[in-house]
Design a protein around this ligand. Structure first.
Ligand SMILES: Nc1nc2c(ncn2[C@@H]2O[C@H](COP(=O)(O)OP(=O)(O)OP(=O)(O)O)[C@@H](O)[C@H]2O)c(=O)[nH]1
Length: 414
């Protein structure tokens, strides 16, 4: 009997110790914050949501919850400076043990020229067709009609097309059509005049006199490439040695914030976000600008949601974002992102945004996916503001400052 007890005790004690240790381990795991964004575990406390500093009348919707399902881990900004109150910050536990190496964005100078091959592939039907008709021996009325039709089909727009035809007619009358090189030069000059090299296309990203960051608000309808553009633009700025904070004010689509954060983390740029679907975009934008200001960064880029709503709704939402941002810093740029493949529809969108958002520049995306390069001309005319950047692919550095000469050369490249 005693022997049996001793045997049982001998076997039981280690088992009890193992069970106790197991329970402890399970408890510890249960108390830990989620091992990564997207975990279903209890997330309270996994992301700081410090109180907003006094004085701000923005509502509380910026309280930051646990990220939903981000596609990749986020890194803290390279600066490592202490986050200000009210800012959305990731706790160290949420960071991957080893942050991925930061990417070095491609140099910005000459990007459009480097991407000219892509532009030529997409735009050459316009240039090639114009050159082909203009090179005919004796240009008839039918030829001029064909030229005009080609321009219209390439989305140049009725007014600018008629202008170009008129200018070409005059030159052909005066100079004649000599040889292919001459025709090409003539067309190049006239196309360039239409695109208007005199417009100021520089992004205004200088800090204000009192040291506030330049704030760039990015607007446009769904799927035009806003979030991608903000990500690519951050890379452009980083490539130029500027410091940047991103504001994920597209709170309508939760994945948009994840997408933006991923873009930022690749180049060491911090993203201010809320993970509550439908949080107040103005509050997130405000937080981003405040954080940018307290970190002393050069530029704050604010992504917005792309709902195409009625004009009054759009005006309300963008109006509120603008009002709230400008309590912290003035808006330097309002960039309208337009999908070059959407033609007339894109122009209608441009008109609405132009009326409500005070657009200062256009980003024309997906120019690599259309043979209708003429939209550059049409949209500038429609809004009276210049195309400042163009998207020429899905690669991270496929965003280029718009250069009229390189663009026209791309159109005319055979
Ligand atoms: N080919 C090509 N694709 C692009 C370009 N710019 C953006 N895209 C693609 O367009 C798609 C939509 O881009 P997003 O940045 O998610 O668009 P968004 O406007 O933020 O969309 P919402 O958040 O729904 O409003 C993505 O697949 C991008 O990769 C471009 O210049 N060329």
């Amino acid at each position: 009997m005693n022997d049996t007890l001793a045997t049982l005790l001998a076997a039981g004690v280690p088992i009890a110790i193992l069970i106790a240790l197991g329970t402890l381990l399970v408890r510890r795991r249960g108390n830990r914050p989620p091992t990564g964004p997207g975990s279903d575990e209890d997330s309270s406390g996994s992301v700081l949501a410090p109180p907003r500093p006094g004085g701000s009348t923005v509502d509380e919707t910026t309280a930051v919850d646990v990220p939903g399902t981000p596609p990749a881990p986020a890194a803290e900004p390279a600066s490592g400076s202490a986050p200000p109150a009210g800012a959305a910050v990731l706790e160290p536990e949420l960071l991957e043990p080893e942050a991925p190496a930061l990417e070095v964005p491609a140099p910005v100078a000459g990007r459009l020229a480097r991407l000219r091959g892509r532009l030529a592939r997409s735009g050459s039907p316009l240039g090639a067709r114009l050159l082909q008709v203009l090179s005919r021996d004796h240009l008839t009325e039918d030829d001029w009609d064909e030229l005009e039709e080609t321009l219209l089909l390439a989305d140049v727009g009725a007014g600018p097309s008629a202008e170009l035809i008129e200018a070409l007619r005059t030159r052909v009358r005066v100079e004649g059509v000599k040889d292919p090189a001459h025709v090409r030069t003539m067309l190049r000059e006239q196309l360039l005049a239409l695109v208007d090299p005199a417009l100021d296309r520089e992004l205004s990203t200088a800090r204000t006199a009192d040291g506030a960051p330049a704030v760039v608000l990015v607007v446009g309808v769904n799927g035009t490439g806003k979030t991608t553009t903000v990500g690519k633009l951050a890379r452009v700025l980083v490539a130029e040695g500027r410091t940047v904070v991103l504001g994920a004010a597209d709170t309508f689509r939760a994945a948009a914030a994840d997408q933006l954060q991923t873009w930022g983390s690749r180049v060491g740029v911090h993203t201010v976000r809320s993970d509550r679907d439908g949080a107040d975009p103005a509050a997130v934008a405000f937080d981003a600008v405040r954080q940018g200001r307290s970190e002393g960064v050069d530029v704050v880029l604010v992504d917005t949601a792309g709902r195409l709503q009625n004009k009054a709704g759009l005006m309300d939402e963008l109006g509120k974002i603008t009002r709230v941002i400008t309590r912290e810093a003035p808006l330097s740029e309002v960039l309208l992102v337009l999908d070059a493949t959407t033609g007339q529809n894109g122009l209608n969108q441009a008109r609405v945004f132009g009326e409500v958002a005070g657009v200062t520049g256009i980003v024309l995306t997906k120019l690599d996916g259309t043979a209708k390069g003429g939209i550059v001309v049409a949209v500038q005319r429609e809004l009276g503001v210049p195309v400042k950047l163009v998207g020429l692919g899905e690669g991270p550095d496929d965003l280029a400052p718009f250069d009229p000469e390189a663009f026209v050369d791309g159109l005319l490249e055979a």
